[in-house]
Design a protein around this ligand. Structure first.
Ligand SMILES: C[S@@+](CC[C@H](N)C(=O)[O-])C[C@H]1O[C@@H](n2cnc3c(N)ncnc32)[C@H](O)[C@@H]1O
Length: 366
C-alpha cells in the first residue's frame, strides 16, 4: 500500500534533523530519494594554493564526525529512515567521494537496498591537487539502488539514449562542477554553500529515474539543487535541511524557478511502455480491409489480410509476425516493421497505422 500525495509536505523545505523528519513521514510514500550526505572529509589543517591563498574546502561543523563508527551509525540511521518512506518500487541515489562512499555503500547493502549501478561523475573542470602528492581528485561516485531486490524502479532508458544522441547512456558521466552564474553567493560574494551540486547532474538523475508528478525527497537539501531541478521538471520535492542559513538560500532560489511547460516534459518512452495495438484493431477500424494485400518491405513476399486480423500468403496462415517469419524462413519476425501496404501507388509501412492508433490513445484525457 502506498500513501496518497495529499498526506505529504510537498514542495517544502523541512527544518531539523533528516532522520527525525523522515521518521515522521508516512511509509511507502516517496518515489525517489536523492541524498548528498556529509562527506566526513577529515581535513587536517588548512589547504593552500601555490600562491598561498586558502582553498575553500569543506570544513564545516556539519561535516565533522568523531570516528568512522559515529559516521557509520549516522549512515545506518538515515538509510533506515529513507528506506521506510520509499514506495515498494522506489529507489535512492547517494552521491559521495572516496572519503565516504564505500562506507555508505556497505551500509546500503546491509540495509537491504539493491544495487543497480554506480555512476562515476567525472568532473570536466576539477580542482587540481595543489600539493602534487596524489592524483587530481576528478570524480565523485553515485550509487543508484532500489528499495529492495524485488522493486521495479523507474528507468527511462529510451529518454537517456535520446539525451545521448541515440547512444546507450553509460555509467560514466562527464559534467562540469557548479560554477559561474549557477553558483549561489552570499552577501559577501562568497560561495553560499561549499558543496552545491550542478543542476546538470540532477537533470540526468531525475529524467532517468522519475516521471512528472513523482515525489523526490532530498534529506540533505543544502542549497536545494534537487528541489530546483525537480520543480523545473514537474516533479514534486520534499527537502530537509538542518542549517537555517542554507534553508534561506534554497528558499530564495526555489522562488525564482519556473516549471518547464507540460508538453516539453514528456520524454521518449521505451517501446515496452507503449500501449499494445493488435493488428486486428487495424482491420476492425477499416484502416486496412479484409482481402487487401500486404507486401514485405524487402519486396520478396505478399499476403492477404483476413477478417480476423490474420494473414494468408503462400498457404501460410497466422499473425502478421508468424506469416512474415514463415515466408522468410526465420525463427521470428516483427510483422509491424516487415509489412507494408500500397496507397496511391506508394508503399507505406503498416507500423504507421499502429503509430496513428497510439497517438489517438495518448491524446485521450486522463
Ligand atoms: C553535501 S551537502 C548537500 C548539498 C546539496 N546537494 C546542494 O546541491 O546544495 C549536505 C547538507 O546536509 C546538511 N545536513 C547534514 N546533516 C544533516 C542532518 N542530520 N539533517 C539534515 N540536514 C543535514 C548540511 O547542513 C549540508 O547542507
Amino acid at each position: 500500500m502506498t500513501t496518497s500525495k495529499a498526506a505529504l509536505p510537498l514542495n517544502q523545505i523541512l527544518d531539523g534533523d533528516c532522520v527525525e523528519r523522515m521518521n515522521a513521514l508516512p511509509e511507502n510514500s516517496v518515489d525517489l530519494i536523492f541524498a548528498d550526505p556529509p562527506y566526513n572529509l577529515q581535513l587536517k589543517g588548512d589547504l593552500h594554493r601555490p600562491d598561498n591563498s586558502k582553498v575553500d574546502a569543506v570544513d564545516d561543523h556539519w561535516d565533522q564526525f568523531d570516528s568512522f563508527r559515529v559516521y557509520d551509525e549516522f549512515s545506518n540511521a538515515w538509510l533506515k529512515a529513507a528506506q521506510r518512506i520509499l514506495k515498494p518500487d522506489g529507489a535512492i541515489w547517494v552521491i559521495g567521494s572516496y572519503h565516504n562512499i564505500f562506507r555508505v555503500g556497505t551500509a546500503m547493502q546491509n540495509a537491504g537496498f539493491w544495487m543497480l549501478n554506480d555512476v562515476i561523475w567525472r568532473k570536466s573542470n576539477p580542482m587540481p591537487n595543489f600539493r602534487g602528492k596524489r592524483f587530481t581528485n576528478a570524480h565523485e561516485t553515485l550509487i543508484w539502488a532500489s528499495k529492495t531486490e524485488k522493486s521495479k524502479p523507474t528507468f527511462n532508458y529510451e529518454a537517456l539514449k535520446a539525451l545521448n544522441e541515440g547512444i546507450q547512456m553509460r555509467s560514466d558521466w562527464v559534467l562540469p562542477l557548479c560554477t559561474g552564474h549557477e553558483r549561489l553567493k552570499n552577501e559577501d560574494g562568497d560561495k553560499a554553500h561549499p558543496t552545491q551540486k550542478p543542476e546538470s547532474l540532477l537533470h540526468r538523475v531525475l529524467v532517468a529515474t522519475t516521471n512528472p508528478g513523482d515525489v523526490v525527497l532530498d534529506p540533505f537539501f543544502g542549497t536545494g539543487t534537487t528541489g530546483a531541478v525537480a520543480k523545473k521538471l514537474g516533479r514534486d520535492f520534499i527537502g530537509i535541511e538542518r542549517e537555517e542559513e542554507y534553508r534561506k538560500v534554497a528558499t530564495a532560489r526555489l522562488r525564482d524557478v519556473r516549471k518547464y511547460d507540460r508538453s516539453s516534459l514528456e520524454v521518449t518512452q521505451s517501446k515496452r511502455a507503449e500501449p499494445r495495438v493488435p493488428f486486428g484493431q487495424i482491420v476492425e477500424r477499416g484502416m486496412l480491409n479484409p482481402g487487401e494485400n500486404l507486401f514485405s518491405l524487402n519486396g520478396r513476399h505478399k499476403a492477404k489480410v483476413r477478417a480476423d486480423g490474420t494473414l494468408i500468403g503462400d498457404d501460410v496462415k497466422g499473425s502478421i509476425h508468424q506469416v512474415g517469419a514463415a515466408l522468410e524462413g526465420a525463427p521470428s519476425c516483427n510483422g509491424w516493421t516487415y509489412w507494408g501496404y500500397k496507397s496511391e501507388g506508394k508503399m507505406v509501412p503498416i507500423d504507421l497505422l499502429r503509430q496513428q492508433v497510439r497517438a489517438e490513445m495518448s491524446d485521450r484525457p486522463n
